[in-house]
Design a protein around this ligand. Structure first.
Ligand code: ATP
Length: 326
């Protein structure tokens, strides 16, 4: 699987020369070559005894994108990313970074925000970042990390006294100390309030805007829909669906649901679109929202109280895995 790329611009100089030489004009040809993915995973397997935690997954990640790994508890997400991060050995399969098999130096190019991280006690945020910076030959300047993760207001606070959101921002800062090209975020906003989660999303967007690639696991479907350019959904160690969030929603839920209060529908109305009564509303399930709205207008339906419902990744998740997210 490969993410779609905009066609690379053609070399203008060579096109002008060719058309001038033979006296013809013709449309520019686009270069269809895909750039080398920053990360490619091929047929990865990892078992713990009889449990096939990762059971033959393959995917590739486009540089500069946010790539989401979703799935219910126990689907194999953490095992997969920990094998990719080279923390665990795979049983079989290949992992390529910029087209080459991952080597020792891979760890210098990645940053990891783990689900749980134990920190040295009695240190401030600044001291903690300095400590981690000393582990790398070319650490990112502290002021850049502070700005990228909005750490200014608590940079000199003891790291035991941080709120949940502040702690996650500091852990993001730690993941950035070596100025990695590829950043792994394993459920980075679990337990945060909605405000802190949205703040964190904003930081991830800013990091992406700097050209970094982000691999994100999350149980929050709104987070995946907001941040991810591409997602895979895992279950029982396998990839059961993948694609761009919007495209997957269109593929699985072509129709929209339009709910109209029963009282707003004149008794003599007739509709070609299927509908059913639900809790005082009539729900129209329609592939063509415009056509259904035109029918409602033609039937003199009062439109003030209608609701147009869009399916989201939660719905897709339930449909594909048969379970909700915890
Ligand atoms: P969650 O969303 O709950 O974090 P996950 O999708 O990350 O789950 P994993 O933690 O990768 O899933 O677990 C996948 C399977 O492998 C589960 O059945 C789990 O019990 C098993 N497993 C994971 N780590 C180990 C281990 N060290 N030893 C034995 N079994 C393990």
């Amino acid at each position: 699987m490969t993410q779609r790329e905009p066609a690379a611009p053609m070399e203008a100089g060579s096109r002008i020369c060719l058309s001038a030489c033979i006296g013809l004009s013709f449309p520019a040809m686009s270069d269809k070559r895909e750039p080398t993915p920053i990360l490619e995973v091929r047929d990865l397997h990892k078992s713990y005894g009889k449990v096939k935690a990762v059971d033959g997954i393959s995917f590739s990640v486009r540089e500069g994108s946010c790539f989401g790994i979703l799935g219910p508890n126990g689907a194999g997400k953490t095992t997969a990313i920990e094998v990719i991060e080279t923390i665990h050995e795979p049983d079989s399969g290949e992992i390529l970074y910029r087209g080459d098999h991952v080597a020792r130096s891979f760890k210098e190019n990645i940053g990891i925000q783990f689900q749980d991280t134990s920190l040295q006690e009695f240190l401030t945020v600044r001291e903690t970042l300095e400590l981690f910076s000393k582990l790398y030959p070319r650490p990112r300047p502290m002021e850049e990390i502070v700005a990228a993760c909005s750490l200014e207001e608590f940079i000199d606070r003891d790291n035991r006294k941080l709120s949940g959101g502040q702690r996650q921002r500091m852990l993001l800062g730690i993941a950035l100390v070596n100025n990695p090209d590829l950043l792994f975020l394993d459920e980075p906003t679990t337990g945060l309030d909605p405000h802190a989660r949205r703040n964190f999303w904003r930081l991830v967007q800013g990091i992406k805007a700097q050209g970094k690639t982000v691999i994100l696991t999350t149980h929050y479907m709104d987070e995946a829909e907001f941040l991810c350019d591409y997602i895979i959904i895992m279950d029982h160690g396998r990839i059961i669906e993948q694609g761009r969030p919007r495209e997957l929603l269109l593929k699985h839920f072509g129709e929209a649901i339009i709910r109209v209060p029963e009282a707003a529908i004149p008794s003599a109305s007739s509709f070609s679109c299927p509908f059913e009564s639900e809790d005082g509303f009539v729900a129209f399930r329609c592939a063509d929202t415009d056509a259904t709205l035109r029918e409602l207008v033609a039937n003199r339906v009062e439109l003030g109280g209608i609701l147009v419902e869009r399916r989201n990744l939660d719905d897709l998740f339930l449909k594909l895995t048969g379970s909700g997210l915890d």
